[in-house]
Design a protein around this ligand. Structure first.
Ligand code: ZN
Ligand code: ZN
Length: 204
């Protein structure tokens, strides 16, 4: 088997897992307000590392300390730029009749169509300062996609605010996913030298 063929089968395995999680969370009750989640909100929860306690957009924004509009735009860019999540986004849009590329009305009720195109991911690199000694180390192996960020969120939650976690993540998408997830959640990426990352838990 060629390397390309094996990459492809790994990617579709990740997509299968993602779609199964998406099916399970779509229509589930929000962990905050019990409202039933649409597929896009289910996907947002997966991408943010809330697979174990999915939330509607408003409650997810509340949990992350963001405004719903800002979080929605950020997450929509994020999921469209990640292979495993983008496929889920397209599936959710198709199921809800929202069209694959547009802004679904469930999330943009007043938009009435395509706004500005999904922009480039902001490329704020890791901070240049010296990295404080990590309070813990975690080897995530080749975990990726929603599982990686779910487990990472759980690990960071066991540390005091400001503590640093050294993470080893071999998933080939980690160099994109971890910086994006840190920007999303407010945790600080102090260093990134794949497969090693230092992430500082945000202050409460
Ligand atoms: Zn809610
Ligand atoms: Zn939706």
């Amino acid at each position: 088997m060629t390397a390309a063929a094996s990459d492809e089968s790994e990617e579709s395995a990740a997509q299968r897992v993602l779609l199964r999680d998406l099916d399970r969370l779509t229509g589930a009750g929000c962990a905050g307000c019990s409202r039933r989640l649409c597929g896009h909100e289910a996907l947002f929860s997966l991408a943010a590392g809330f697979k174990d306690a999915p939330r509607c957009l408003a409650c997810l924004a509340d949990a992350l300390g963001r405004t719903p509009d800002e979080l929605r735009d950020h997450l929509a860019r994020y999921v469209r730029h990640r292979d495993c999540f983008r496929h889920g986004w397209e599936v959710a849009s198709e199921r809800e009749g929202a069209g694959p590329a547009g802004r679904p009305v469930c999330l943009w009720p007043a938009a009435g169509g395509e706004g500005r195109p999904a922009g480039q991911e902001e490329s704020s690199g890791p901070a240049g300062a010296a990295v404080p000694a990590p309070a813990g180390a975690w080897d995530a192996g080749d975990m990726g996609c929603g599982d990686l960020v779910l487990a990472l969120r759980g690990r960071l939650n066991t540390l005091p605010p400001g503590a640093v976690l050294k993470v080893t993540a071999r998933d080939p998408a980690a160099p994109l996913d971890l910086p994006a997830w840190c920007r999303l959640t407010g945790h600080r990426l102090l260093s990134a030298a794949h497969p090693e990352y230092h992430i500082q838990r945000k202050e409460p």
